[in-house]
Design a protein around this ligand. Structure first.
Ligand SMILES: [Zn+2]
Length: 544
């Protein structure tokens, strides 16, 4: 007796398929039906699999791998964070003034001038103040700039006035209105650190029209698919996120890639919010789900808001984002006990230590996946803890290559000093110690293109800049480790190791076809590789 197996909807053929399945590492053909891989084989198998309605896509010399998943993005918050003048290329105060003057013509209507992506190194070691904003646009302009790490904003004097900010404020989190040290009156400099302070002005910015927002969201996800991404772990489910995601998911084409959301839990949230986050875990739709909760135990080194065991060179980064870190631990325990996977932003050594100790004290059964994000300066004794506690390290190699320098002349390294800067982004040490390492971009903090991120992870410098000196080259990943960070390790980090991240029968039909082989091509060249095809849930979402 024979069962009727439906004909495959799609067969993808290429000279090289890296399956990342140890049972069959190499193949040339993959058959897909209803969102699931049904067969993996050779070119010779295709004739036997093929039915009358099967689409066969033969990509010749291309290389197929499991589809790539970004470990950490902010696709909704990023729409707001990337509004206005692109300041990502600004290197000096003079360039900031020029960029604002040049960009202001593009900001149609509205009374606000907005900008994003500003690197604090543009202040060349001088205090970060709104003085260049005034120089560029005059004392009456309403200006709002989001700094590159999205953990602080720089606003003009008129914007401070509009928000009623005249001096320091008290916040429930580690947020701060920065005031000039040399001024007896404590005059605000325009620099607002962390979300609660940023919101004082951010809440005054006019909202985008819903149709524009939907279009920008769809375009963003489509351009992610065009780089080989099939999914992303989204760290925002706040405000109007749910409405936006549902609206685009319900359109005929749906979401171009999968999104797995982790709503925020902040220090000021009460127990009712934790229960709300548990309830949200039931929300899901086509290609999206809420599956996790996002915490922050500290801020950033660059902003002086990280949690370090010893203060930085400015006497800052000494306090946790949760004024009572034990309350973080309690919230983590509550959510884990309710089966909610947790994700915690932890950048400074003391912050990472507290998160790992908190996870070590958990005893939920069954065990839920826990992750630590960023891990920027990691002391030796904590390296082995990730594997021992089965906690995923989730890291963004381009934060190292774009925002720090090998000679330690950058703001991040200067604040930390030699010893702690030499513990920067220890991707290789973590892998060698057996840790699971998910890679990602933290878009819009850094570009989302996984080809460049994988290349930077291998080079420890910016792809395409061969003249740049690598930052701690001993921390470079192999080509396979970099690919695993976006595939097998990403899947295991989400508790999906049995059905995603590899090319094998029964797994999710999420595939990508590159012009160059990510395992054998030169990394600088791979960063520019064509992406011929992206398949999500069995559907072709990108083709070139
Ligand atoms: Zn982030």
């Amino acid at each position: 007796m024979t069962h009727h197996t439906p004909d495959p909807r799609l067969i993808v053929v290429a000279d090289t398929v890296h399956t990342l399945d140890p049972a069959r590492p190499h193949a040339q053909a993959v058959a897909v039906t209803d969102g699931t891989i049904t067969a993996v084989g050779d070119r010779a198998d295709v004739a036997g699999w093929r039915g009358k309605d099967t689409e066969v896509v033969d990509l010749g010399g291309a290389t197929v791998t499991p589809g790539l998943v970004d470990g950490h993005v902010h696709p909704v918050m990023g729409l707001v964070l990337t509004a206005g003048v692109d300041l990502t290329g600004v290197r000096t105060r003079g360039e900031l003034v020029e960029a604002l003057r040049a960009g202001v013509g593009d900001v149609r209507g509205g009374e606000w001038v907005r900008g994003w992506g500003l690197d604090p190194n543009a202040f060349e070691g001088a205090p970060i103040t709104h003085e260049p904003l005034v120089t560029a646009l005059g004392p009456d302009a309403l200006v709002h700039i989001t700094l590159f790490d999205a953990h602080s904003a720089l606003v003009s004097p008129r914007a401070l006035e509009r928000a009623g900010i005249t001096g320091p404020r008290e916040f429930r989190s580690g947020a701060r209105v920065v005031v000039a040290h040399d001024d007896a009156g404590g005059r605000p400099t325009g620099h607002l650190l962390e979300l609660e302070a940023m919101d004082l002005v951010g809440d005054l910015l006019p909202p985008e029209a819903p149709a524009d927002r939907r279009r920008r969201f769809r375009d963003l996800l489509q351009s992610m698919a065009a780089t080989g991404l099939v999914g992303a772990n989204a760290m925002d489910f706040e405000g109007g996120s749910a409405d936006l995601v549902v609206a685009v998911a319900d359109e005929e084409a749906g979401l171009p890639i999968r999104l797995r959301f982790a709503p925020f839990v902040m220090p000021h949230h009460g127990h009712d919010h934790l229960e709300h986050v548990v309830d949200l875990q039931r929300s899901a739709g086509r290609r999206w789900s809420v599956d996790g909760a996002k915490f922050m135990i500290d801020g950033t080194i660059d902003g002086g808001t990280a949690w370090l065991a010893e203060a930085d060179a400015h006497g800052e980064s000494t306090a946790p984002f949760w004024p009572e870190p034990a309350r973080y631990t309690e919230a983590l325990r509550f959510l884990a006990a309710h089966g909610v996977p947790t994700v915690t932003h932890a950048i400074g050594d003391a912050g990472i230590r507290h998160v790992l100790a908190s996870v070590a004290g958990l005893d939920e059964r069954p065990r839920v996946p826990h992750r630590v994000e960023h891990i920027e300066t990691l002391p030796d004794d904590l390296v082995a803890e990730f594997a021992r506690l089965d906690v995923t390290a989730s890291m963004q190699p381009t934060h190292c290559t774009h925002f720090t320098r090998a000679d330690h002349s950058d703001n991040w390294s200067q604040r930390l000093g030699e010893v702690r800067a030499d513990r920067a982004f220890r991707t290789r040490d973590l892998r060698d110690a057996g840790a699971r390492l998910a890679l990602g971009s933290d878009w819009p903090i850094a570009p989302f293109d996984p080809r460049a991120t994988m290349a930077d992870a291998r080079l420890r410098r910016t792809a395409g800049r061969r003249e740049e000196e690598p930052v701690l080259p001993g921390q470079a990943l192999t080509a396979l480790m970099a690919l695993e960070g976006y595939t097998t390790h990403a899947a295991h980090a989400a508790g999906l190791g049995d059905r995603a991240g590899t090319v094998r029968a029964g797994a999710r039909a999420d595939l990508v076809a590159f012009g160059l082989d990510p395992l054998s091509a030169d990394p600088d060249e791979f960063a520019q590789s064509p992406v011929h095809l992206t398949v999500v849930d069995g559907a072709v979402v990108h083709r070139s």
